[in-house]
Design a protein around this ligand. Structure first.
Ligand code: TRP
Length: 451
């Protein structure tokens, strides 16, 4: 490659770009439904503990690897140790698995934005609206193709800078609106039970599955264990204080996820009249609960339309960055031009995305242990591949290049305050926990599988 590697301008530029990749459907759609499903407060607690230990250490490690080598994932591992190039390869596969089903959900968001704009807001609050929609064979695929097509066009024409600018303005608006909706949700009759469920941990619901789910969510939400943060790190200037940037990204990402939970979980209680099965709705939770919230609120149709538009932008910035990653890996490996690569990646996503969409309708008989096709893609990437990549990254940093090599990188600019935490987590705590969790989840799968 003859192109000069560009870098982020200014100190805040890095944090904004990385946060733009991190904040997306993971925070607003995925986090609340997992928290609802896995016991509320206990999930939140496990998630927070993992975020300040695992998440922190792994993000520091990945960004430092990127900045140290100045290369993206595959080459970064290889350049530090030839034998570990394969870690970068596994990491590179993950965005390709996520992108198709991410775009199916992006399509649902697009549909809801359209429904709110076209006067369907009240209808969307009924119980059967969403289930009726996703069970249809063609309509959800149409919305998926719109979302995927938009992503592909933006990547093809290289206009993501424009989208990023818009979304930088929209993100703060999204935060304010989420705050407002969360505040409103809590005032609905019966919501207080939900606030308790979400904030007070019930230790009897703790299990290895909770930890696995929280860990997968952590990787997903912070775009970890898939090479993304290595690439971002390779663009980071040496004078940016790495530790501080990681803290800022974490606070931002976790803050939005927390608020999204506040917006959705109390409302689930309020509208289901204490029926606990409403909590287990999985991927559909946000689309079932939020329209009810908007419907009960003054000017709810307008607020709902604005909300879904903002979420659409958050989803687009993430899908663009996912597709950009896949495209650049394919181009590096196969040397194709940008246009051909975009078309091939688009076709690949359509082929994987259509079954994910049909899995909620005419293909709903394809199901393993209650998981739909979309859930299965999600499971393979988040609960299998990402923990494996995270484990290999820890072994690589802890025992091959040694933590000190990265600590030196992190300390350029400012002392690394959490140095000991970093070393202990990377060398001992994370590898042991990940192995235990993987074993227990495999046993789960072989046994009754209660993921
Ligand atoms: N973190 C993103 C979210 O919360 C999703 C995501 C996972 C992502 N991996 C990524 C986004 C890679 C951009 C690039 O929605």
């Amino acid at each position: 490659m003859t192109e000069k590697r560009s870098s982020f301008t200014g100190k805040i530029g890095f944090v904004l770009a990385a946060a733009g990749s991190a904040v997306g459907l993971g925070n607003i759609w995925r986090f609340p439904y997992l928290a609802a499903k896995y016991g509320g407060g206990i999930f939140l607690l496990v998630y927070l503990i993992l975020a300040v230990t695992f998440g922190f250490a792994l993000m520091c490690a990945e960004i430092a690897i990127g900045r140290k080598t100045g290369q993206s994932a595959i080459n970064a591992f290889k350049s530090l140790d030839k034998r570990f190039g394969f870690v970068g390869v596994i990491a590179a596969i993950i965005p390709a698995i996520i992108l198709p089903y991410y775009s199916v959900i992006g399509g649902w968001v697009t549909k809801y934005f359209y429904a709110f704009v076209s006067g369907d807001a009240a209808a969307s609050a009924s119980d059967s609206y969403f289930t009726g929609f996703i069970a249809k064979p063609f309509e959800p695929i149409g919305w998926f193709l719109i979302f995927m097509g938009l992503t592909a066009l933006i990547v093809l024409f290289g206009v993501e800078k424009g989208i990023e600018k818009v979304s930088k303005v929209m993100m703060p608006v999204l935060v304010v609106l989420t705050l407002f909706i969360a505040g409103y949700s809590m005032t609905i009759d019966g919501a207080l039970e939900g606030v308790k469920y979400y904030l007070l941990p019930d230790f009897s619901r703790f299990s290895a599955t909770t930890v696995l789910a929280a860990m997968g969510q952590l990787f997903y939400s912070m775009s970890l264990a898939m090479g993304i943060m290595i690439t971002y790190g390779s663009y980071m200037k040496k004078d940016v204080v790495l530790e501080k940037s990681v803290r800022q990204i974490e606070i931002f990402d976790t803050g939005i996820a927390f608020l999204a939970g506040m917006m959705i979980i109390p409302a689930v209680f309020a509208f289901s009249g204490g029926d606990e099965t409403a909590l287990g709705k999985g991927p559909s939770l946000m689309f079932i609960t939020l329209p009810k919230v908007f419907n009960s609120m003054p000017a709810g149709a307008v607020i709902g339309a604005i909300f879904f538009l903002l979420v659409l932008f958050a989803a687009l910035t993430s899908s663009i960055s996912l597709m950009e990653t896949v495209v650049s890996i394919v181009r590096d490996k196969l040397g194709w031009n940008r246009r051909v690569t975009c078309i091939v990646v688009f076709a690949f996503c359509v082929i994987l995305g259509i079954p994910s969409s049909l899995g909620f309708g005419i293909w709903d008989f394809v199901s393993v242990a209650g998981l739909s096709i979309l859930d299965m893609f999600d499971f393979v990437s988040n609960s299998v591949l990402m923990p494996i990549v995270a484990l290999l990254t820890c072994i690589f940093v802890g025992y091959i290049i040694k933590p000190q090599a990265l600590i030196e990188e992190i300390e350029i600019g400012a002392p690394f305050k959490a140095k000991t935490l970093f070393t202990v987590v990377i060398k001992y705590v994370a590898p042991v926990c990940i192995v235990l969790i993987l074993i227990s989840s495999i046993l789960d799968v072989l046994g009754i599988m209660k993921i």
